[in-house]
Design a protein around this ligand. Structure first.
Ligand code: NAP
Length: 220
């Protein structure tokens, strides 16, 4: 499977690129608004894996080229730029599953609070911006990017997956379960995305108020 990480030059994209390349046989490509930046980051990821004796080819392109012919595109960009990013890659989306890990937040009275767009959630906003027939799945909202990118760290996290297209959800759940230490859980339809996205500011507040780092969720 070919997985494109648009904005894969950033924090969450780094961890997903490293873990998917280390743990799975899937092809990972990095997208950026700047293809040269994408190539540099892709090379850095390869070097990091190589230092650990892991061979893996990661290529970098501009976002549209990365998304073209990808089976799954993860939109690793800030929530407020998700719709623009979808528009910039729309022509190449064909039999593609779009994945949104994005959360809208704002700082209020010294705490991070959930700040969804008028669509109700960023996942719903992405679904509205996606071309007809392209399914959108929400996932990875509650991961801590720093720990994800630290290949020395063992993970013990659940990833909550939302969406209305059963096949697309199942594809994303399978890819998620292939990362060591992560379990995908079906969190319901797209309408349930606010509940999942809203956990992220809670995790950030818990981490900062209690001097904890890189919190995730795990359900027992
Ligand atoms: N960080 C986390 O722990 C974490 C955890 C779970 C979910 N998320 C979600 O994942 C998404 C990415 O988070 P992140 O922390 O990885 O973000 P980030 O590092 O701040 O940015 C990711 C990438 O987004 C691209 N970008 C920046 N401004 C943009 C714009 N105006 N238009 C299009 N692309 C732009 C940049 O790539 P180029 O310059 O290469 O184009 C950048 O490298 C967010 O929506 C966030 O809510 C983050």
């Amino acid at each position: 499977m070919r997985i494109a990480l648009c904005g894969g030059t950033g924090d969450i994209g780094t961890g997903l690129a490293l873990r998917w390349t280390r743990d799975t046989p899937h092809e990972v490509v990095i997208g950026s608004r700047d293809p040269e930046k994408a190539r540099e980051h892709a090379e850095n990821y390869e070097d990091e894996l190589d230092d650990r004796g892991i061979e893996g080819e990661i290529n970098g392109f501009d976002n549209a080229m990365a998304a073209d012919r990808a089976d799954v595109v993860v939109l690793c960009v800030p929530a407020y730029h998700l719709a623009d990013t979808i528009e910039s890659i729309a022509d190449g989306l064909d039999d593609t599953v779009l994945v949104s890990p994005a959360v809208g937040m704002k700082n209020q009275d010294g705490a991070m609070t959930y700040n969804p767009p008028s669509a109700g959630s960023v996942t719903a906003l992405a679904a509205g911006a996606a071309p007809d027939g392209v399914p959108v799945v929400g996932a990875f909202h509650n991961l801590a990017a720093g720990r994800l990118a630290d290949l020395d760290a063992d993970l013990d996290w659940d990833v909550l997956v939302v969406g209305d297209d059963a096949d697309a959800k199942s594809t994303v759940e399978d890819l998620t379960n292939e990362i060591e230490g992560i379990r995908a859980l079906d969190a319901g339809p797209l309408a349930a995305a606010p509940e999942v996205e809203g956990l992220t500011p809670l995790l950030i507040n818990l981490a900062s108020n209690n001097d904890l780092h890189d919190l995730g969720v795990q359900f027992h």
